[in-house]
Design a binder for this molecule. Structure first.
Ligand SMILES: [Zn+2]
Length: 363
């Protein structure tokens, strides 16, 4: 592993200058009338010697590759006018700079980098989507540092990243000066990704975030890095390591792409010209059984259920015989729901039990 020496002041200045030059050259007008989304680059994080996060049962590099390929397959099948390009389609190591270059060389309209998270705690779970920008808290900086550490596996990292040291907090402050012209579109796509993963797949929402990612900072198009879950959380690892889990995540990423494309092309349509309508069959959770943990019944609807059941996730309710039945969690296996039910009980809801739904109807 290459040991990067500490960044000197001189190097920081050089790095800063290079960033400004990059900014001037890459600055483009974001909104382009009549522009359509025709090329997407899907980037499976890590690969080869770089395993990324390592769980008890699987490695990040393998999960990201499977999800990337499935996402691409959904897009190809449902949006035949879109060219799908992968930065890697097998277990190989690709430098971070090369990944961005692939997107730039192909004039991609969108860049999606797929990753899995990990932390020391086995409790932490959920999904978050990053765009290039200023980190607002230490946790976001840690995610960026962890993902950027991939350049430790590169032999020419110092020259490839303008002297950037992934472990230097100062370097991230400098990186923050680089504000992509494509930030608005990146944020819009990131919102679609979170919406799908949270509301349709039931993952815990960690929000749209910002931090300095080397894989994103030279991309000349809207780009996001999505953390699809924590391999350090046993339940989430099981989900991500399962075919079902991967299918849910990939179909969510596809739907986010579809909705973003539709919205973008509508926003940029030439006046009087009807934009091409994408009529794609929705991949929904139709006929899939969804499990939730019923907390309690109430005769009146709560004004702020999330506040009432603070500490529990994905609070929802359904009505039955004039009663409001509140639930927590969304799971695709009974086993996961049973596990979560124990947590809910431990929080004081001793009569909690698991309920199942099919197409939104209690079974
Ligand atoms: Zn990663």
């Amino acid at each position: 592993m290459l040991k990067l020496r500490l960044i000197s002041e001189k190097r920081l200045i050089l790095f800063f200058l290079v960033l400004i030059i990059n900014f001037i050259f890459y600055a483009e007008v974001e909104a382009q009338t009549g522009k359509k989304i025709t090329t997407v680059v899907i980037d499976a994080g890590h690969g080869g010697d770089d395993p990324g996060a390592v769980g008890r049962k699987c490695k990040e590099k393998d999960i990201t590759l499977k999800v990337a390929k499935m996402t691409g397959d959904y897009i190809k099948k449902n949006c035949p006018d879109v060219k799908v390009i992968y930065t890697r389609s097998s277990d190989v190591f690709i430098k971070l700079a090369k990944r961005a270059q692939i997107a730039n060389d192909n004039n991609a309209d969108l860049f999606i980098s797929i990753h899995c998270n990990a932390t020391k705690s086995t409790q932490v779970n959920g999904v978050e989507t990053f765009v290039m920008g200023e980190h607002r808290n230490a946790a976001n900086l840690e995610v960026a540092k962890k993902e950027n550490a991939a350049i430790m596996y590169e032999d020419d990292a110092e020259n490839s990243y303008d002297g950037f040291n992934p472990n230097s907090t100062e370097a991230y402050i400098m990186l923050n000066f680089f504000q992509s012209e494509f930030k608005n579109s990146s944020l819009k796509f990131a919102e679609h990704v979170q919406h799908q993963l949270v509301n349709r797949v039931g993952r815990k929402d960690r929000g749209v975030q910002q931090a300095g990612f080397l894989v994103l900072y030279k991309t000349a198009m809207p780009s996001v890095l999505v953390e699809i879950g924590f391999l350090s959380n046993p339940a989430e690892e099981n989900f991500l390591n399962s075919k079902d889990g991967q299918t849910y995540i990939a179909s969510a990423l596809y739907r986010a792409f579809r909705d973003y494309k539709k919205e973008y092309e509508k926003d940029n349509a030439i006046e009087g010209d009807s934009y091409e309508k994408i009529d794609t069959p929705q991949i929904t959770d139709v006929n899939k059984i969804v499990y939730k943990v019923q907390i309690e019944s109430r005769s009146r609807k709560l004004d702020n259920a999330a506040q009432q059941y603070k500490g529990l996730e994905n609070i929802d309710f359904y009505e039955h015989n004039g009663q409001y039945k509140y639930t927590a969690g969304v799971f695709y296996t009974k086993k996961e729901a049973d596990e979560y039910c124990k947590t809910v009980k431990a929080k004081g809801y001793s009569s909690a039990f698991v309920v199942s739904f099919k197409n939104g109807i209690r079974q």
